[in-house]
Design a binder for this molecule. Structure first.
Ligand SMILES: O=C(O)c1cc(=O)[nH]c(=O)n1[C@@H]1O[C@H](COP(=O)(O)O)[C@@H](O)[C@H]1O
Length: 270
C-alpha cells in the first residue's frame, strides 16, 4: 500500500478536499425523526455513509458519539469505518488520543493496525503529553502506511490558553508545526503527518507551510467559510476543510447531503 499522504493526495485530486464529519449528535437523531438509541445511531450513521462516502475524499467519524452507546455503539462505528473505506473514502477516525508512550502504543494498535476491528486510515491525536509521547503512534503509522493529525490551533475559543503559550521564543502551536515539518521532510508528494488548524481562528502568525495535510474543522456550523480557508491556508500543502453538522442537518434525504458535498467540493476547488 502507498503511504497515507500519497493516498490522500490522490483522493483530493480525484474527489476534492472536503471532509465530512459523521457525528451522530442526540439533537440530530431527533431532527431526523430517530430515537436516541443504538438503532437510531445505526440508521443515521449508515445513511450518511451511503450518501457521502462514495463522493468525498475523507470522512471523519467522531468516536465519542458512538462510544456513548457502549460496545454496541462501537460496533456501529466499526461498520462506519469499514463501509466508508469500501465506498472509496479515506477514514480519519477522530479520537484525539494522547498518553504516555506505552499507552500510546496501545492506541496505535487499536486504530492503525490493519488487523484491528477499528483500523482506519488516520486518527487525530493530542500532543499535550509532549510531542515525543506520540512516537509509538508515529512509528506504527509509518509501519502501516497510516496517517496522524496532531492538534495545533484548534477551532474552539479556549484553545489559545495552551496553544499560544510561549516556549523558547515561539508558541506551543508553532513547536507542534515544527515537529510536523520534520516528520514530513522527505515525503513526496505529501507527508502523512498532519496538523489540525481550525477554520475559525481568524488569523495566525504561525508558518503553515509544511509538507503535510491540514485538517480544518470549524468550517460550516462553527462559522468558517470558503474565504477563511483561502485566506488562512494559502501556504498549506493540502487542506481538508471539515464540516459535520452543516451537512448532517440536510438529512435524512441522501440526495440533499450528496448534492451539498459535491457543491462544496466544487466551490473549494474553483
Ligand atoms: O479534530 C477535530 O476534528 C476538531 C478539532 C477542532 O479544533 N475543532 C473541532 O470542531 N473538531 C471536530 O470537528 C467536528 C466539528 O463539527 P461541526 O462543528 O458540527 O462541523 C467535531 O467532530 C469536532 O470534534
Amino acid at each position: 500500500m502507498s503511504s497515507f499522504g500519497t493516498r490522500l493526495h490522490a483522493a483530493i485530486e480525484d474527489r476534492g478536499p472536503f471532509c465530512v464529519g459523521i457525528d451522530p449528535h442526540a439533537g440530530l437523531l431527533q431532527e431526523w425523526g430517530l430515537a436516541d438509541d443504538v438503532a437510531g445511531l445505526e440508521t443515521f450513521a449508515l445513511t450518511v455513509v451511503e450518501a457521502v462516502a462514495p463522493h468525498v475524499s475523507v470522512v471523519k467519524p467522531q468516536s465519542a458519539f458512538y462510544e456513548r452507546f457502549g460496545s454496541r455503539g462501537v460496533a456501529v462505528l466499526e461498520r462506519v469505518v469499514a463501509e466508508s473505506r469500501a465506498a472509496g473514502a479515506l477514514v480519519l477516525l477522530d479520537v484525539k488520543r494522547g498518553d504516555i508512550g506505552s499507552t500510546s502504543q496501545a492506541y496505535a494498535d487499536a486504530y492503525l493496525d490493519p488487523t484491528s476491528p477499528l483500523a482506519s486510515d488516520a486518527i487525530t491525536v493530542s500532543p499535550f503529553l509532549g510531542f515525543g509521547s506520540l512516537d509509538p503512534i508515529v512509528d506504527t503509522a509509518r509501519r502501516h502506511d497510516a496517517g496522524v493529525f496532531v492538534l495545533a490551533l484548534t477551532s474552539n475559543k479556549e484553545g489559545p490558553e495552551v496553544q499560544h503559550a510561549r516556549v523558547d521564543g515561539g508558541t506551543v502551536a508553532g513547536r507542534m508545526l515544527d515537529h510536523l515539518r520534520r516528520l514530513n521532510a522527505d515525503a513526496s508528494p505529501l507527508g502523512s503527518f498532519g496538523a489540525v488548524v481550525g477554520a475559525t481562528i481568524g488569523s495566525t502568525d504561525e508558518d503553515l507551510a509544511f509538507n503535510g495535510p491540514v485538517l480544518a474543522p470549524g468550517f460550516g456550523a462553527q462559522g468558517g467559510t470558503v474565504a477563511d480557508v483561502r485566506r488562512l491556508f494559502g501556504a498549506a500543502a493540502a487542506v481538508l476543510p471539515s464540516s459535520s453538522r452543516e451537512v448532517l442537518r440536510l438529512g435524512p434525504d441522501p440526495a440533499a447531503m450528496r448534492d451539498a458535498v459535491l457543491r462544496t467540493n466544487e466551490e473549494l476547488r474553483s
